[in-house]
Design a protein around this ligand. Structure first.
Ligand code: PLP
Length: 428
């Protein structure tokens, strides 16, 4: 494949944008090589500036669950744009998307829209602190909740890939209020709660972790968290920025039949535009300004274009009774196919999968937390990544990311991908 134009564009970008990118993982630092500059995308495919066609398994890191440039979403945005792009005043469409989200997701009465997953998680934690009157939070090593200070204590995603778990600029004062637990380890959580008696406002978790590969919660783990939160007056926050409107209509709460106290959204809920949201029952949401004392705001929050894209996306998902089964079946097919060819080529690996999230780890044994995810062979992953890219298959340029399966993928695309994995496996 030829990346001449991408390389030239990257060189230009580097002169005016730090590292040439507006979000670190895009720079390919973990795998080396030149980031690919996208020209356009349609359905399951990306077309880059050099004219290469790639099957896309990142899908903008999750939002494009129905594929790129999905007509109903694009049309909704075009129609809205013609009527003005931002007012900073209430619009009917905000209520419409809120009503639909509340009807799809269990256990929430009200939802507040923001502009990113980071904002959603940051605001959810503030609300939990304001509601409980306590300061400390528990997060899990390897879970990523955006780049707000309280979460960059040993975050997954970019920060881990770069081997710099504590970002300079995050103060010790902030860090001391964030406690880190091991994913899937309820004893560890209980120890932290006991050591910080009556000081913990909330536990925030990705109910399926997607920022250290794809890591499912062990049987009973989420219920155990629910129980321990109930016993200690701690709010349970599900960060469903990845899992929301992806694993089921009602996200992980529905899939695992566990109620969270606050739920955070991003990605799919915005249909590819910059949207985040957080939601809860009335008794919690009514603490938020202007109803209550917990402040939160945004000039572009509830932006009409973003709401139009999100509403069109949620309508599509709500009206398709089979969508989540179909996605899970495609992902299972890919899983079986990849496992078969890696086994045939004697490549040591573990594949994790939940719904339409899947990850391939180059190590043996279960991958259940950050420690086991970090054991994966990164040299093998780099070769795997570049080999697949050369075959026209684009997976995330980091071993710590999940793949996102889109409904636009056909079984021919999946077979093409499995054949590509076979070709690459012979070189690993
Ligand atoms: N929470 C999770 C689970 C995420 O995966 C991400 C981003 O990948 C975020 C929060 C932050 O979202 P954003 O990048 O929109 O700020």
């Amino acid at each position: 494949m030829n990346y001449k134009r991408s390389s030239a564009l990257f060189a230009q970008a580097e002169t005016v944008i730090p590292g040439g990118v507006n979000s670190p993982v895009r720079a390919f630092k973990a795998v080396g090589g030149t980031p690919i500059f996208v020209k356009e995308a349609k359905g399951a495919y990306l077309y880059d500036e050099d004219g290469n066609k790639l099957i896309d398994y990142i899908n903008s890191w999750g939002p494009m669950i129905l594929g790129h440039a999905h007509k109903p979403v694009v049309n909704a945005v075009i129609d809205k744009a013609k009527k003005g792009t931002s007012f900073g005043m209430p619009t009917e469409i905000e209520t419409k998307i809120a009503q639909l989200a509340v009807s799809m997701v269990p256990n929430i009465d009200k939802i507040r829209f923001v502009n990113s997953g980071t904002e959603a998680c940051m605001s959810a934690v503030r609300l939990a602190r304001g509601y409980t009157g306590k300061d400390k939070i528990i997060k899990f090593a390897g879970c990523y909740h955006g780049h707000s200070d309280s979460f960059l204590i040993q975050a997954g995603s970019g920060a881990v890939t770069f081997g710099s778990p504590n970002s300079p600029g995050v103060t010790q004062g902030t860090a001391k209020d964030t406690l880190l637990a091991r994913y899937n380890d309820i004893e560890n959580v209980t120890e932290l709660i006991e050591a910080n008696n009556n000081e913990i406002a909330c536990i925030i978790i990705e109910p399926v972790a997607g920022n250290m590969g794809c890591i499912p919660p062990k049987e009973g783990f989420l219920q155990a968290l629910r129980d321990v939160c109930d016993a200690h007056n701690i709010l349970l926050i599900f960060d469903e920025v990845m899992t929301g409107f992806r694993l089921a209509k009602g996200g992980a709460q529905e899939l695992f039949n566990i109620n969270a106290d606050i739920v955070c959204f991003g990605k799919v809920i915005g249909g590819g535009l910059p949207v985040g949201a957080f939601a809860a029952r009335n008794e919690i949401m009514n603490h938020l300004a202007p109803l209550g004392p917990v402040y939160q705001a945004g000039t572009l929050s509830g932006n009409p274009l973003a709401m139009a894209a999100g509403l069109a996306m949620l309508n599509e998902l709500d009206n398709d009774a089979e969508i989540f089964n179909r996605l899970a079946e495609k992902t299972a097919y890919l899983h079986e196919g990849i496992a078969k060819v890696l086994n045939e080529n004697n490549i040591v690996h573990t594949i994790n999968r939940v719904g339409s999230m899947i990850s391939v780890h180059f190590d043996e044994g279960e991958v259940v937390d950050f420690e086991t995810a970090a054991k994966g062979n990164n040299d093998t992953f780099k070769k795997f990544f570049h080999g697949l890219l050369n075959e026209g298959v684009y997976i995330a340029p980091s071993a710590f990311e999940t793949w996102f399966i889109t409904d636009a993928l056909t079984y021919e695309d999946l077979d093409f991908t499995i054949a590509a994995v076979n070709t690459v496996a012979e070189t690993l």
